[in-house]
Ligand binder design. Structure first.
Ligand SMILES: *Cc1c(COP(=O)(O)O)cnc(C)c1O
Length: 406
């Protein structure tokens, strides 16, 4: 255990913290001194580099930035006690009203939404079953997924005891359905790759009386997607809170039929003997999520889109000003549906690889994170602060220019 002397020594290593003890080592920081703590440059103090996010919404890059109204709601939440279930109930109703769906709940993210929704489907409202997860032998425990939709995130389903059954075609889907089928799971991001599209998927669920779930984690924008899939008839729809909606990165939304959301809630805190006990969301995230959603719904989406297009065009123009450089502006049809840029060049004319350029951007001042592969550098601007696109554009131009073969 750390002793008091060591503690004080390590605290005084922080340059200005000594002053909060104001000479009297036995007193606690005063309220005034604590407010100075809020001015601390924590990341600098810890030696953790911050960066311009020209990549997108990545968990490894800590997601998105929350508007001030959201962080204020989080601060407000941290200041008083309430009953957790009561708050979830009320916020669930409010979100359902905002999104014109039957019911909703705030989850620990889209992955968390998948786990508790799956758990709810597996156990219904049987409290004895709730305690048994992830052991589901002998139950209806199969979740059917299209092969093209099978990405790592289905671990959220198997974690709670579901077994994945893969299918390719409509005929295979219908053949795979049996007494063991618990749920049909759809990944919106891979709609183009899968043979069975939304309508047929939902219809099949209804025809066989099996609940359908759609993972829409990264599917705002467009804002209409927050309404579209519940209307289409999916029983459960999940979004990440900390991607396009810009809520807490540790929150998400589960929307849909009340009976499934109530069953999912049986696995969440404060209930303890549950598989979801660790997927806690507290009042801070719940309020933060609600306010982020309200802000997102009110935002001028057209204007924002134009801003992103202009930013992408600016970066593209700066890059293509260098001989041998070409760009491609594209918008992914589903998931991360925002103006996006690919920059590529003739390595005979410019003597640096895309990977090396990305590394230079990352190691520079300020640090800039991008995505890409061996053939191009990938950029989005929706997670930037307005104005940062100019820094990104100049840095890219400067590096390309410096590596031109003369
Ligand atoms: C990001 C993502 C998730 C996970 O969402 P979290 O909110 O981080 O839990 C799940 N599915 C897809 C397709 C995603 O893009």
């Amino acid at each position: 255990m750390i002793n008091r002397r060591k503690l004080l020594k390590s605290l005084t290593a922080v340059p200005f913290i000594g002053s909060i003890w104001s000479g009297n080592a036995s007193s606690f920081p005063t309220e005034k001194a604590i407010s100075t703590l809020a001015q601390r440059d924590f990341f600098k103090e810890l030696g953790v580099r911050t960066f311009i996010n020209a990549a997108g919404t990545y968990t490894s890059m800590t997601g998105s930035l929350m508007p001030k109204e959201v962080t204020e709601a989080i601060g407000y939440g941290a200041s008083q006690y309430v009953n957790l279930d009561d708050l979830q109930d009320k916020v669930g109703e409010r979100i359902a009203e905002l999104l014109d769906c039957e019911y909703a709940t705030v989850t620990s993210g889209c992955f968390g939404a998948m786990s508790i929704a799956m758990a709810g489907v597996l156990c219904g409202n049987d409290p004895e079953k709730v305690k048994k997860l992830p052991y589901t032998q002998g139950w209806a425990n199969e979740v059917i997924i299209q092969e093209a939709h099978q990405i790592g995130y289905s671990q959220a389903l198997t974690n709670v005891g579901a077994k994945v059954v893969l299918v390719k075609t409509q005929a295979e889907l219908e053949k795979a359905i049996s007494k063991k089928t618990a749920m049909l799971w759809y990944l919106n991001a891979n709609t183009e790759q899968g043979e069975i599209k939304w309508d047929a998927f939902v219809e099949t669920g209804k025809k066989f009386g099996i609940p359908t779930f759609i993972d829409c984690a990264a599917d705002v924008p467009p804002v209409s997607n927050l309404f579209k899939f519940t209307k289409m008839g999916f029983d459960m729809v999940a979004f990440s809170g900390g991607k396009g909606i810009r809520g807490p990165q540790s929150a998400g939304l589960l929307l849909g039929k009340r009976k499934y959301i109530e069953a999912a809630r049986m696995h969440t805190p404060p209930r303890g003997e549950t598989i979801g006990r660790g997927m806690k969301v507290n009042k801070e995230e719940i309020l933060g999520m609600l306010v982020a959603l309200e802000m997102y719904l009110q935002k001028d989406h057209e204007n924002e889109w134009k801003l992103w297009e202009n930013q992408i065009q600016h970066i593209s123009d700066k890059a293509t000003a260098i001989v041998g450089v070409s760009t491609e502006i594209h918008v992914p049809p589903h998931a991360n549906h925002v103006p996006s840029l690919r920059i590529m060049w003739d390595e005979k004319k410019i003597n640096i690889s895309p990977d090396a350029l990305r590394e230079e951007l990352r190691l520079g001042h300020p640090s800039i994170q991008t995505v890409g592969n061996k053939t191009n550098v990938g950029i989005t601007t929706w997670m930037m602060e307005p104005g940062q696109e100019r820094i990104v554009a100049s840095r890219i131009q400067e590096i390309l220019k410096r590596n031109q073969n003369t």
